[in-house]
Design a protein around this ligand. Structure first.
Ligand code: GLU
Length: 449
């Protein structure tokens, strides 16, 4: 590896000992960049890499809220404005018990390169809170969101920083957050948040965009291999918005999700999740997000408790779409042994670095990285911002069409970047290189700061 990259990685390791997820993503991204740093000595001269791993700004804030019994609770809110070289900071808010600076920073760092890959002018950011939405009433969630936005609203805006959803933050939460922003600012600036409801400037297709985009990207990979999506069987983890979008788009295109995993175990439905089963999943999730077993009870299919579906042989494609570090070395070995060719990451950093490198070394496999595969979500968020600033609403067909083209483009620029540096069809390195080069160029042109 290039010596400058090694020195930056060791700086990050030393400085962030208590933030392993952040160290992990820095190692993953930077280790792809050797040929670029070798070819561009000006980056080292400007010490660009030590700058790019340092957030432009990151802050915490106090979020106090009252529960339905009148008791007070205090949580920590976070926003990391990681890199604004190519556009306003953009990235979701995650509300989950385990949120701490290492999670926010890892997601923010990934977001820089993902957003660059969309080809649209959005910088990288992320935020959230250690608030645990599990078991909270709608009124409690509303009070929490109002308090969260009261602390945050001064530091965001349509040309400054545009948050959206992530785990624990969906349309309902975005609505409460937006209502409070509007009340405090007294302006109609709905471009301040994305993932909004359709009644106040949300974009058609945004809820499905990440899952749809992932399937469009998969189609490009299959096309590259002289293959098509028809008849393909998919094993996924997660059945949230993203997993659900994958199920729906796969079904539309003649493929099917035959395995999906939840927190309580995995489901095997050889007929695939199609038709009314898609609606059942929505209902099941709304009632109890921790259990997918009711699907097996309802449709009389196999449920394997406490296990993940990594390693099943009767599928063509694996798509981890749940959360970070879902696939560790042990699962990666099973995946490689299954003989399945395609490993398409969807969730942010779903694979540990050792597992990802192991899978990339498998000659029979093609591995695609989440920062490219899931970029359609934030990409459609950028289309939502465009609609808001135009005061227009685009049709579902138009948004879907643009999403499709965006994913073709992301796959193409990633493949071309890898090819340019003699790496062959390496989609992981290609995505890192293509995303990095765009941001690096903008940073160099804007001078040192
Ligand atoms: N949280 C999503 C992501 O990981 C979406 C961010 C957005 O739409 O701004 O990319």
């Amino acid at each position: 590896m290039n010596a400058y990259i090694e020195s930056v990685i060791s700086n990050v390791r030393a400085k962030h000992t208590s933030e392993p997820e952040f160290v992990q993503t820095v190692e993953e991204v930077l280790s792809s960049l050797s040929p670029v740093i070798d070819a561009h000595p000006e980056y080292e001269k400007a010490d660009l890499l030590n700058r790019i791993v340092e957030p432009e700004r990151m802050f915490t804030f106090r979020v106090v809220w009252m529960d339905d019994n009148g008791a007070y609770h205090t949580n920590t809110g976070y926003r990391c404005q990681f890199n604004g070289a190519i556009g306003p900071y953009k990235g979701g808010l995650r509300f989950q018990k385990n949120v701490y600076p290492g999670i926010i920073k890892f997601l923010g760092f990934e977001q820089i390169f993902k957003n660059a890959l969309t080809g649209l002018p959005i910088g990288g950011g992320k935020g959230g809170s250690d608030f645990d939405p599990a078991g909270k009433s709608a009124a409690e969630v509303m009070r929490f969101c109002q308090s969260f936005m009261t602390a945050l609203y001064r530091y965001i805006g349509p040309d400054i920083d545009v948050p959206a959803g992530d785990m624990g933050v969906g349309g309902r939460e975005i609505g409460y957050l937006y209502g409070q922003y509007r009340r405090l600012k007294g302006v109609w600036e709905n471009g301040v948040l994305t993932g909004k409801g359709l009644s106040y400037g949300g974009s058609l297709i945004r809820p499905e965009a990440t899952g749809y985009g992932a399937v469009y990207y998969l189609q490009e990979v299959l096309k590259h291999e002289g293959d098509t999506i028809e008849g393909k069987r998919l094993a996924i983890s997660g059945y949230g918005n993203v997993g659900w979008g994958i199920m729906k788009k796969a079904a539309q295109l003649g493929a099917k999700v035959t395995y999906f995993a939840g927190p309580d175990g995995y489901i095997h439905d050889p007929d695939g999740v199609t038709g009314e089963k898609l609606d059942f999943i929505l209902k099941m999730r709304a009632e109890d997000p921790m259990h997918c077993k009711p699907y097996a009870d309802k449709y009389g299919v196999e449920f394997v408790p406490g296990a993940k579906c990594w390693g099943v042989k009767d599928v063509d494609i694996y798509m981890p779409a749940a959360t970070q570090n879902d696939v560790k070395m042990e699962s990666a070995v099973k995946i490689a042994q299954s003989g399945v060719k395609y490993y398409i990451e969807v969730a942010n950093m779903p694979t540990t670095n050792d597992a990802l490198n192991y899978l990339r070394q498998q000659k029979h496999m093609i591995v695609a990285p989440s920062k490219a595969v899931n970029a359609g979500g934030v990409g459609v968020s950028a289309l939502e911002m465009a609609q808001n600033s135009e005061r227009l609403v685009w049709s579902a067909e138009e948004v879907d069409e643009q999403l499709h083209r965006m994913m073709e483009n992301i796959h193409r620029v990633s493949a071309e970047a890898a090819e340019e540096y003699g790496l062959g069809y390496d989609l992981v390195a290609g995505a890192n290189i293509a995303g990095f080069k765009k941001v690096a160029t903008a940073m160099m042109e804007q001078g040192v700061f």
